[in-house]
Design a protein around this ligand. Sequence first.
Ligand code: ADP
Length: 494
Amino acid sequence: MRTILAIDQGTTSSRAIVYDERCRALASSQREFPQYFPRPAWVEHDAGEIWRSVEDTARAAIASSGAGKVSAIGITNQRETIAVWDRRTGAPAAPAIVWQDRRVSPLMDQLRAAGREPFIQQKTGLLLDPYFSAGKLSWLLDNIPDGRARAAAGELAAGTMDSWLIYKLTGGRVHLTDVSNASRTMLMNIHTGGWDDELLSLFNIPRAILPGIAPSSGFFGETDPALFGAAIPITGAAGDQQAALFGQLCSRPGLIKCTYGTGCFMLLFTGPEPVASTNRLLTTVAWQLGGGPLQYALEGSVFMGGAAIQWLRDGLKIIRSAPEVNQLAAQVADTGGVYLVPAFTGLGAPHWDSTARAALLGMTRGTTGAHIARATLEGIAFQVTDLLRAMRKDSGRRIITLRADGGACASDLLMQLQADLAGVAVERPKNLETTAIGAAMLAGLGAGFWRNTGELASIRETERVFRPAAAADSKERLRLWRAAVKRAKSLEGA
Ligand code: ADP
């Protein structure tokens, strides 16, 4: 039996899953690793700890799968997080800076004030934000002793987590990244698929520190035989959201998925043409299969998705566990005019307003926890509806189906509210592990298990479709929601 090891290197934990050729999980292992918050708005990881979590979970999953030798490895990972290490010893040269870290906000403000955003958006498809890797890497090189000189001399290596893991897995022999991860660094030109000299000089990054850019599916290198008892080819890698898009088989232009996790991430596959956004979405590389063309997606994310439910549990304490939100919200037929704008950490796409704060509006003496619970689920669905509207405008496509995944899509009520408010059918797959499956599919294609994406079609099965009910009042509710968003936005400046 041929098997694939999928490594899912997330923000708070690393997971390893062994799949068979039908992408059925044979075994899995998961481990959390420490998060470091040395200052307000700083978030760091120890790349060494991440590597050990991956090594251990991979070994454990392989051992308990009973499959013996794994045939191929696929990697998916938290995106944008950037590490710098000593190329010779493989030792991290500084803590890795995590995507959530805001320390380079001043640099981004400076570049915006200098009018550089259109230039950056044109080349990278991204908006100026500390989220992306370039500013973080520049900061690291400023703060590692002799950082720039050592980088230019080839003594240091840098990379996102895929690249770091490929380096460690191959015993330090291979320094590559996949094109979907590279597209999130703000250093790659998404039209050419190569590092861009103007961007490198803007951020003062020596080219020598960066990995080579490879297709998402294809041969990256072989693992050091000492690690898992044999040399295993690494044949797939992609950023987590792109891997989920692939795992949902959104490989025809117009197909779209939304992951309802801590935040919500929506990606619309647009095919070989990058679509420039005029609605503050991101244009990003979806993947590249072998020697095929670059494929693109539009992306939008909201910061608080399932996390808003966690606030009901941990902040308001009106539920004891996340799934309880559903029973509580089902006690009432509507929110009684209550709106929750979950801007607890600002608003993401399409608003990009970091000063917005959450607002709970429309309460009366009759308002109960049930109304607030329902308004929370609606608040998630409304935000996703706004993303979908921006996607429709940017792509000029009629979107009739949304493929859902992530922890919060376990909520039938949320899925139905989503269908009703956005006027789309919401499709939930049987297997919700779309990110890891996407990595396994990319690796399987790269290893020749399947010849093309068509052969993968039978692997993805739909569990349930939530069809939009003809809710006469959804337009009016959307209007009131947008009015509520305006109030959440204006608070700071008022
Ligand atoms: P992440 O990968 O971002 O850590 P997950 O995909 O694991 O997130 O999803 C976790 C989120 O899903 C949590 O924020 C939680 O509130 C929410 N969640 C989990 N189970 C349910 C449920 N049954 N109903 C509604 N929300 C849920």
